[in-house]
Design a protein around this ligand. Structure first.
Ligand code: SF4
Length: 431
């Protein structure tokens, strides 16, 4: 697979920046000046780093060193305030990064009320109130509303007056891509249709976050921003760059470690490696099936790392205080959403310190599965909870602009032509 060689400062850690400073025979405090400018002020060129002497900036430029800021090529705004960014890199490859101004609806620790409730319920795996389930599902918006606000580019204002251009402080989430495309081939996922083009560098991963923070005019740790590595790609197939990016996001950008989550389709050896890291996000595993036969059909990688290996890795994962493993389960109508599947999942996860996020399929062109009905989703959740597994229904975010989970495929053309898009999403049941 193609790899990008870079002299971008974004993606360098303190030592690498110190090496640049030493090589130029500059004083040590230049390291902090560069780090602050790139990671905190998020400058886009060396010229903007006015604290550095002109001669030093020129020398860096002569040596082929640049800031390497990611460029926002386009952005699409959903009727629910979600923004899907198309972010471009020097080799003209691009990925999608999603801004969700109210989090993604209930990830424990995401700073949202739903998230706090989720955290509480994890401590109490037998919630007595069924009313709580409502807090974790949401009206996906009417087709008429989607027609009105289907896609808006950056020249338009945000459609929902409850969202300011800054977004509500303190409970926003950025969904980050780790590869251009994806090789894993989950059959319900639009990104899989792209195949994989290349890994992103650590700088390109961090660059997505910096670009979105700058555009949204927010900044951690002052603003509580959650990061989820759940965009395009399988982070554990780009492990070194992913883990370096996670470290930079904590140490240089200011993101709280406990506010980051990475999702893997189940690359078992890397789950073991990940558990050994000193700085790491929380772990989420994309489960999506209740037995090996079904999972191998939906996610061919299950033939290599089956459920027994996967659940053993989750069971043995070294969790921190109040931490748990999240299992994501995309419900596909008539395929994996039956009561029998729910019972099998409850049995599979018995004794694992975990919770389950249920996601009704987000539809898209080229995906043949159906979105299950609300009653099916609720029944699935009820069976899991009865089996002692905390289970939450995740509300779809940005479905009208193809920003929802499993929908990222650089659907620029679709998102630019609402009629085409609306035909494509019209079978979505009202929720
Ligand atoms: S669901 Fe994730 S791992 Fe599977 S194909 Fe899509 S992006 Fe890749």
């Amino acid at each position: 697979m193609a790899q990008v060689k870079t002299s971008s400062v974004i993606g360098m850690d303190r030592q690498e920046i110190a090496d640049l400073v030493i090589e130029a025979d500059e004083p040590g405090y230049r390291v902090k000046q560069i780090m602050d400018a790139v990671y905190r002020q998020r400058v886009e060129s060396l010229e903007e780093i006015s604290t550095l002497p002109q001669a030093f900036r020129e020398k860096l430029a002569r040596n082929g060193v640049g800031v390497g800021a990611a460029q926002i090529d386009n952005k699409f705004v959903s009727s629910d305030g979600t923004v899907r960014y198309l972010i471009g890199f020097a080799d003209r490859q691009s990925v999608e990064t999603v801004w969700m101004p109210e989090g993604d609806g209930g990830e424990a620790g995401d700073g949202s009320e739903a998230g706090d409730a989720a955290e509480h319920l994890v401590d109490d795996p037998h919630p007595r109130s069924t009313g709580g389930a409502k807090a974790f599902s949401e009206n996906g918006g009417s087709i008429a509303a989607r027609k009105r606000c289907a896609t808006q580019n950056q020249n338009h204002t945000l459609p929902n007056p409850s969202y300011s251009s800054r977004g509500p402080r303190g409970r926003s989430t950025i969904c980050i891509s780790s590869q251009v495309g994806c090789a894993v081939d989950c059959h319900f996922c639009l990104t899989a249709l792209l195949g994989v083009k290349r890994n992103l560098t650590a700088g390109e991963i961090v660059g997505q976050v910096c670009a979105v923070l700058k555009d949204q005019q927010v900044s951690p740790p002052e603003d509580r921003i959650n990061l989820v590595f759940m965009g395009m790609g399988e982070p554990f197939l780009n492990y070194e760059n992913f883990i370096k990016a996670a470290r930079l996001l904590v140490e240089c950008v200011g993101t709280a470690e406990r506010r980051m989550t990475v999702s893997t389709a189940g690359i078992v050896p890397r789950i073991h490696d990940f558990g050994e890291e000193t700085i790491r996000p929380k772990l989420a595993i994309s489960l999506n099936a209740s037995n090996d036969a079904l999972r191998s059909q939906l996610m061919p990688l299950n033939k290599k790392w089956n459920l027994e290996m996967l659940i053993a890795a989750a069971r043995n994962f070294p969790l921190r205080t109040r931490e748990y493993v999240t299992f994501e389960y995309v419900l596909l109508g008539g395929v994996n959403d039956q009561p029998e599947n729910a019972k099998q999942v409850a049995e599979l996860l018995r004794g694992v310190r975990c919770k389950v996020n249920l996601i009704a399929l987000n539809p898209g062109p080229g995906i043949d599965f159906k979105t299950p009905g609300d009653h099916q989703v609720a029944e699935f959740q009820k069976i899991l909870r009865a089996g002692g597994i905390p289970a939450f229904v995740r509300r779809p975010r940005g479905r009208d602009i193809y920003a929802a989970c499993g929908q990222l495929k650089r659907t620029v053309d679709l998102a630019t032509f609402p009629e085409v898009q609306l035909q494509a999403i019209s079978p979505v049941p009202e929720r």
